[in-house]
Design a protein around this ligand. Structure first.
Ligand code: ADP
Ligand code: MG
Length: 280
């Protein structure tokens, strides 16, 4: 029966057997560790009473609270594991500031369909143009869509593999880098990779080939990868695997970091010379 004034089942007068049934139900939820359902039990029962829900509806509402809590916990876990270095999202990427980047392509990537076909994404461009921003945004989208995602830099990957080799954990480390559905390797080419590091990277790329996706960012055009990896054969073999099924985005243009700086300089120049440069 509906009681519009007093709908809290804890305060709605209950018969002794109703109260013990309620306590039993709470006990079951606690035993099964359905914490969110236990927590929402009073409010769901109150609403069920107020809205005249059927038993099925009431159970659905109660378990939906538990499913929501589980999903939220899993997402938090995936994001923690992903180790994304910044809070960047695809939503706050400014396409007007990156004329070389096709919003349609990024929107397609944001659906995460490329992960189902183990397609790689290469982001190539000079410093400051938004490569890491896009990589992190895509990583966040993947984690939110339920994919296991992991972010690392080329230098960090190399250092971890080096330590692993010394400590006899090579196989475990290789398995670790094979695990995530999406592996993001940021900043290839900023530091030269010694021979051992290049072969570690090659092995990571090889074992993921045709199975799982890599997003790789680099400031070096593919033509100079031989130099970056210190070995043209390894570079060619790695590029072969990376590019076979891939989307390549060339980002060039003004550094986003320096845009403000350039705008201020332009303004200063105009004031100093009395000339105006056409808007770009
Ligand atoms: P890169 O990795 O290419 O060196 P980043 O992704 O680190 O560049 O970008 C540098 C800074 O500028 C970051 O704070 C990033 O969020 C911001 N940024 C770069 N491009 C854009 C863009 N198109 N829209 C919004 N922010 C951007
Ligand atoms: Mg970067």
């Amino acid at each position: 029966m509906t009681n519009p004034i007093n709908t809290d089942p804890m305060t709605v007068p209950m018969t002794g057997s109703q109260a013990s049934l309620y306590q039993q139900l709470r006990g079951h939820l606690a035993t099964l560790k359905l914490t969110a359902a236990a927590e929402h039990l009073p409010s769901v029962l109150a609403e069920a009473d107020a809205q005249g829900w059927s038993t099925t509806q009431t159970l659905e509402h109660l378990l939906a609270r538990e499913v929501e809590a589980t999903e939220a916990r899993k997402l938090a876990g995936r994001l923690r594991f992903a180790s994304l270095p910044t809070p960047a999202t695809l939503a706050d990427f400014d396409f007007d500031a990156a004329p070389g980047v096709d919003p349609k392509l990024i929107n397609e990537l944001a659906t995460c369909r490329y992960l189902e076909s183990a397609i790689n994404v290469l982001l190539i461009g000079p410093p400051g143009v938004g490569k890491t921003h896009l990589a992190v945004g895509l990583g966040r989208a993947a984690a939110e869509a339920g994919y296991r995602t992991y972010f690392t830099t080329a230098a960090d990957l190399a250092a971890r593999c080096h330590r692993a080799a010394i400590e006899g954990r090579w196989a475990t480390t290789m398995r670790f880098f094979a695990g995530p559905t999406l592996l993001i390797i940021d900043e290839l080419g900023y530091l030269p990779l010694p021979g051992e590091a290049a072969s570690a990277l090659f092995q990571v790329v090889s074992q993921r080939y045709l199975k799982t996706s890599i997003i790789l960012t680099t400031n070096r055009g593919v033509a100079s990868w031989g130099e970056v990896l210190g070995d043209t054969t390894v570079a060619a073999a790695m590029l072969d695997r990376l590019l076979h099924r891939s989307v390549v985005l060339n980002l060039d243009g003004d550094s986003y970091r320096l845009r403000d700086h350039h705008a201020k300089n332009d303004a200063l120049r105009q004031t100093a010379t009395g000339t105006r440069r056409p808007l770009q």
